[in-house]
Ligand binder design. Sequence first.
Ligand SMILES: Cc1c2[nH]c(c1CCC(=O)O)Cc1[nH]c(c(CCC(=O)O)c1C)Cc1[nH]c(c(CCC(=O)O)c1C)Cc1[nH]c(c(C)c1CCC(=O)O)C2
Length: 355
Amino acid sequence: MEVRTLESSQKLFIRALNGETLARPPFWLMRQAGRYLPEYRATRAQAGSFLDLCFAPELAVEVTLQPLRRYGMDAAILFSDILVVPHALGQKLDYVEGEGPQLDPIRDASGLGRLSDGDFHDRLAPVYETVRRLSTAIPETTALIGFAGSPWTVACYMVEGGGSKEYAHVKRFAYGDPQGFQALIDLLVRTTADYLSAQVRAGAEAVQVFDSWAGVLPAPEFRKWVIEPTRRLVELLNARHPGVPVIGFPRGAGAMYREYAEKTGVTALGLDTTVPPEWAASELQPKLPVQGNLDPIMVAAGGDAMREAAAGILRSLSGGPFVFNLGHGVVQTTPPEHVGQLAALVKSWPDLSQG
Ligand SMILES: Cc1c2[nH]c(c1CCC(=O)O)Cc1[nH]c(c(CCC(=O)O)c1C)Cc1[nH]c(c(CCC(=O)O)c1C)Cc1[nH]c(c(C)c1CCC(=O)O)C2
């Protein structure tokens, strides 16, 4: 086996998360592996279903490496999905072509009886194996990110049974039976901490908690179902893995970003597309490193609009600890060469900052 000579703490990505201001900020892109890449589509066809791909370490390693080969990101993100957690708890999960994930919905507390954590780590063993293999397969200067969905966002999918416009079922459960809903959240806090902890033991050097639906809740419920469970999750991780950075990404948190930053204990904050970079620079970055937040559709559009938007974000945020990223995942219609142009711009920063 290859001997790794570079300590995590020397990698640009980890240095930024540890609070260092770097002339050339590190970068990676949410959903950097995926259907916009022809080589992903080829590997995906070889795997069969999307879940088969997530649970085939050799193929999952391959698709994790694909964007790195093209663009040389400073971090690799484990290839998997946030919904492997409900799957490992025994909830039936399918990815329906063109429709996204579908789960057998749990609409109230009586449905919790269908879940069990008895086989949890056995079912997730292939994911841990992927992380182990990646920790030696990625380039020496690249950091490895593990991830999970937040308890709230995973609960959204578990209760709705898939994506949703209104999130009416999960809200009705949470508002109408807070005690019953708390039992689901508690289960997710505990199992997600175990899941992320196993990823760290397998070689993940930082973890990101995706809270894609943080933005749908009123403030009091945001505190109860987003901030408090994330705080407990971070506390469990810090106790088991002191010093391993945790990035929180509470998409759509808006005016609640500040409170999330102050109360959850996350090491760094993922900014969604709508957060003004100059506001983040003055209000958030003095407290903790930030990551973001180019609109993914700017990358699909490309050209000067993309370059100017990226340069504006770099100008606003590279004066403090910063990881360049998108404000949400790469979209399927993105031309791969636009990602190449974006990567070139970030990697040559600040030399191109005049242009
Ligand atoms: C909400 C959420 C999910 N999954 C994820 C989130 C949080 C981020 C976000 O808000 O987008 C996170 C995720 N999903 C995937 C990754 C892999 C790593 C990476 O970022 O490159 C990560 C980090 C692969 C994936 N996850 C999925 C794909 C596409 C599946 C395919 O190949 O058919 C990929 C590459 C499927 C998925 N998985 C999920 C949905 C809603 C979908 C369907 C939408 C879609 O198809 O794009 C749940």
